[in-house]
Write a protein that binds this ligand. Sequence first.
Ligand SMILES: Cc1cc2nc3c(=O)[nH]c(=O)nc-3n(C[C@H](O)[C@H](O)[C@H](O)COP(=O)(O)OP(=O)(O)OC[C@H]3O[C@@H](n4cnc5c(N)ncnc54)[C@H](O)[C@@H]3O)c2cc1C
Length: 653
Amino acid sequence: MRIGVFVCMCGNNIAATVDTEKVAEAARSMRDVYHAETIKYSCSDPGQRTIIDAVEKKKLTRVVLAACSPRMHETTFRRTVKAAGLNPFMFEMVNIREHVSWIHSDMEEATNKSIDLVAKGVARARKQTPLTSSTVPLTGRVLVVGGGIAGIQAALDIADSGLPVTLVERDSTIGGNMARLDKTFPTLDCSSCILTPRMVDVKNHENIELMVNAEVDRVRGYIGNFEVDIRKKATCVDEDKCTGCFKCEEKCPGKAPDEFNQGIGESKAISIPFPQAVPLVATLRKEYCRLFIRGKCSICQKVCPADAIDYEQEERIITEKYGAIVVATGYDLFDWTKVYPEYGGGRYPDVVTSLQYERMLSASGPTGGHVQRPSDGEEPRNVVFICCVGSRDESIGRPLCCSVGCMYAAKQAILTKEHIPDSQSYVFYIDIRAGSKGYEEFTRRAQKEFGAIYLRGRVGLIYPRDGRMVVMGTDTLSADQVEIEADLVVLVVGLNAAAGAGELARKLNISYDQYEFLSESHPKLRPVETNTGGIFLAGACQGPKDIPDSVAQASAAASKVIGLLSKGEMETSPLVAEVDQKKCIGCFKCQEVCPYQAIEEQTLPDGRLVAHVIESLCQGCGLCNVACPPSVIPLKGYTDDQLLAETLELLRR
Ligand SMILES: Cc1cc2nc3c(=O)[nH]c(=O)nc-3n(C[C@H](O)[C@H](O)[C@H](O)COP(=O)(O)OP(=O)(O)OC[C@H]3O[C@@H](n4cnc5c(N)ncnc54)[C@H](O)[C@@H]3O)c2cc1C
């Protein structure tokens, strides 16, 4: 056995805190180590070449690399070791960056800790055995969850490549929040003019199956081979028969909240959210339907010319196989009402959210594009926008930036002037975040061309006085107290992940943050991947995002999916569980805990019933390893022998 140790300096990332030469020197005196040296950047091409050359010249049989996190570069270095002619699993990576140099400041301590970690790695390397991968076939079908602009873009890109896609949307139409917008910054093009053609493309695409009023219920399997139960809700309308004529909605006597219009105006118990909805199909909400509440009505059934109303319709579970999943579930506005009593907590009709204001501005909205005060229908003169409501506010535990608020406040101020030329907009802001292309110019236009008055500071109080809303704040630039009599106040409310995002994440076995935004695998290098192979993210479900970024991320996720599935089959990791069948007692505790259904029962020639791991299904999570009472399911690459060797080495030092 001939072990080579390489100590990466990572420029100054490691070398500024760890004496890498000293670590290499210490390694030279470790048992079985035949070569040790430092490398400035081991992941660079010359760095990898150094490792290959040393393996070849010194006839090394195992490699230990002290560098960064294996999550970052382990695959890279396995390839390097393979290129040097070794089995890629005769490689051990020791993390002296995240675990040492980035968290310690004392050089001597950091260096000693690095030496200990290298010794531990060498001990483990001694116990390594060559491992080989196998291949599994991939299901050439993709699930996209969420039909906002991000889900639409991802579905279209994937479908255009020839792969069949199922797009699952929980509302009765696709379009998401973009369908609620009037015009879009920074170009002020009409939102529905750019969105509607895409929605129609989805409906007409031969490779896309669109399922609205549907949600993911259960997910099993693993990358390339997911099995998903989709719950298709009962809507009392036969989608194949409904022609979208709106007759049922017109005649329906049952009133219901208008969610599409954010509670401005009312809807009906059976309705189509907006005229450009895709699919253009009515949905009946039983909780508001007189037939289901009082047992009497059925007007919709009588007036429907297509015989599409079916009160007996039942919820269905549809089970399908998919090779990859794109999650694009977007955002909801943060519920500001409970944490901002000083803004009225939702009691004042003339204090509205920015999304409600979008609907007021929109020609297809409940007021037909006529901006009016909800309290009396009058056209407002003074409109006050308050930025960062529920964003960048440590006092309520929400330090995050909503990333679109500054821009859409400027947009709405411009549109207010366009709608009501003698109006005056005021924008209270903390500071302007307008980083993307054309954004800074856009916010300047709002001020210079459209006369919006920007006041730097937070608003402390809003209260009603003589039919108007008094907005009291501080202008931190002049240090003056400001009081504005407003006819309408628009709260620029921050974003949260869509309701239920955390629950969906748990079903998919992916991570999420405290706002339930879904976590990417690496913020810079793997921004659309999740930590679960085969599951990708697109749009605002990953964090607040505008439309251009949502579309770009959706296309990125689509290209990852196409790249993954285009191979037809995939190499599996050999780091899987393996049952020692001689010692297995056949209790099948392992089978109970396995999340991948990777353990089957097998009868041996001597008649004993024992556990057997289906390697192509096993993901090496180690749960069976822990659950096994006699401890006879080692995980290849993480055997007791190997773990004990490194632990003993640490204890010995
Ligand atoms: C007031 C306001 C104005 C804005 N104006 C602009 C602008 O002018 N320009 C701009 O670039 N950006 C603007 N934005 C941002 C823009 O709305 C987002 O960038 C965009 O909507 C993100 O798209 P998305 O598809 O990621 O999410 P969404 O639009 O939120 O779509 C997500 C979809 O997923 C569905 N869904 C959620 N959960 C599930 C589930 N569990 N199962 C199935 N389906 C699910 C939802 O019903 C929805 O249809 C604005 C935002 C706000 C709040």
